[in-house]
Ligand binder design. Structure first.
Ligand SMILES: [Zn+2]
Length: 246
């Protein structure tokens, strides 16, 4: 999960296990987000009929239609007419050694900030996964239906608790093919790149049963002036996990 704005934060958040939550579906609750809805979204995105959500496939298109529906319902507005930001890339092997062109579509929208509407905090997650291999659907519940479902939950919260800065929500396609969606987003941003001050990217937040939160990628975070990352959570945390390891 590595891409860079002028200032970039790439975070991987591992929250209370969604798989554990699935076992105790009636237990899920939160005073901040609609936890049962979050779980339903995760289950819908990772169901067999999404066919593993691979970029440029029917399953991928079905997942995207669901993401758009949930963006709308969560109070996210499109930039212009559509949430869809299509892009192309070449990958894999075609007939006679050709490299076929593939089509991906990012889903992008925003919630307007009350104080600094032209300053954007990006909240992103890739919605694609690796599709069907050897007749087996790779459901990708953790990677990354969990992060995608979390986009909707975060948006729903901020649709009624208006943020000071605008929030730009991006569900990226083609991540599993080499970060294609996020590369396309950075190459052709929907708003001035300088107005995006940070990106919180969520990938695989459904796994850890010990309530650990990993925030990685802070090594690329360079803030000018006084700044503080305030993360007052109810869970244990590890900042700059990748630095601790090295
Ligand atoms: Zn991922």
């Amino acid at each position: 999960m590595r891409y860079t704005f002028r200032i970039a934060l790439v975070a991987t958040v591992i929250l209370a296990g969604a798989s554990a939550a699935a076992r105790r579906q009636t237990d899920v609750h939160s005073t901040i987000i609609d936890a049962p809805q979050l779980l339903r979204d995760l289950q819908t995105l990772s169901a067999d009929d999404m066919q593993g959500r691979q970029v440029d496939t029917e399953g991928g298109a079905k997942a995207r239609a669901f993401v758009i529906e949930r963006f709308k319902a969560s109070g996210i507005k499109p930039f212009g007419e559509s949430y869809e930001q299509p892009f192309t890339f070449t990958a894999g092997r075609g007939a006679a050694g050709t490299t076929p062109e593939r089509h991906g579509v990012n889903v992008v929208g925003y919630i307007e900030g009350s104080r600094q509407p032209t300053r954007y905090i990006v909240i992103s997650a890739h919605y694609d996964h690796i599709g069907v291999r050897n007749n087996v659907v790779n459901n990708g519940a953790d990677d990354n239906a969990s992060g995608t479902a979390a986009l909707f939950a975060v948006a729903k919260y901020f649709s009624t608790h208006k943020p000071a800065n605008s929030l730009l929500f991006a569900a990226f396609d083609g991540e599993e093919s080499g970060l294609r969606g996020s590369r396309a987003f950075v190459a052709k941003p929907v708003v001035d790149a300088a107005s995006m001050v940070i990106d919180l990217n969520m990938d695989m937040i459904g796994r850890d049963p010990n309530n650990l939160l990993y925030v990685v990628g802070l090594i690329t975070l360079v803030l000018s002036g006084p700044s503080r990352l305030s993360l007052d959570y109810w869970i244990k945390r590890r900042i700059n996990h990748e630095i601790e390891k090295s």
